[in-house]
Write a protein that binds this ligand. Sequence first.
Ligand code: UD1
Length: 363
Amino acid sequence: MKKIISVVGARPNFMKVAPIHRAFLNYRDKVNHLVCHTGQHYDEKMSKIFFEDLGMPHPDFYLGVGSGSHAEQTAKVMIEFEKILLGEKPELIIVVGDVNSTIACSLVATKLNIKTAHVEAGLRSFDRKMPEEINRILTDSISDFLFVSEESGLKNLKKEGIADSKVFFVGNVMIDSLIHHLTKSESSDVMKEYNLEPSKFILVTLHRPSNVDSEDFAKELLQLFNALSEKRKIIFPIHPRTKKNFLNFGFKPENDKILLTDPIGYIDFLSLTKNAELIITDSGGIQEESTYLGVQCITVRNNTERPVTVNVGTNHLAGRDLKKVEEVALNILSGNKKKGKIPELWDGKTAERIAEILVKKIA
Ligand code: UD1
């Protein structure tokens, strides 16, 4: 029996590990798959609700590291995760995405000569000011198995000199979760709860430091939302980082057509994503989920590490000029919608492919 430990830390990790955990249940005779939660995200609405919504078991290990500067958070995860690895001696660890927990755990494992698989490898924004870009580059450079979600990832890894034999184009594991829970999301009450009508509202999420740490930019965002709320209702579930900053900046919408809510669980959020007429976001995952669902999405960033969502999907990369964002939004609301397609291998079977490859390689 081979032991594998998958790592989750922050909100976008949970929906990526859930299908991997399910896929390994088919190999129960060969693999003991365990889950370690670093505790990077710890609020009930940022963490616990996702375990419940996704039907994930309690994590086998909880490191409880919490928030801190990048160095503090990464270092705390490393110190605690090393203890787990020394005690458990797994054959392999799996890390997903690009958060601080991803690089912290892959670095610890690699130094202990424990094999590491990185799920969602090869994505690049080419913007090293984003902490996630540093996490991605470093994790890919030390991982033994790199599972790629879109074609740009293959090109990026080749350019960085990563051997083809380590790289596997398997599709998008987060879309596995979406497909798995889509039917369940149809019985969510969230639309009723906020009195929203399908295809008649805008869903907003913003949490990137570059967008929510500056008071001037927050003021401009408020103006944008006030203007767009004349056309459509807006629902804006607020990330704790955004909430803390916006409260300090005195961010207060002018009218009741802008609904500010706490972070929303996976199933309810899926219902909102599916029913929105337009999404305005700076999240990575939401660019992909909206593309799969064919929902219009405006990304308030100058770059995306997920170019397939723009080239094939329904994502509009509008930059951080909010006049431009307003223009693109009004154009979409007036009916000029981009017709997207579902990217290659985003078929709900990615985790099965990953499990099959890893079992062949190690079990
Ligand atoms: C992290 C990831 C980011 C991901 C995002 C999703 C890194 C570098 N960033 O950013 O890639 O898109 O998660 O949400 O790993 N906080 C709470 N409660 C929580 C978690 C956070 O109050 O449960 C607050 C704290 O004030 C904390 C701040 O949010 O300092 C930022 O949290 P942190 O984990 O450092 O990064 P995120 O901005 O959430």
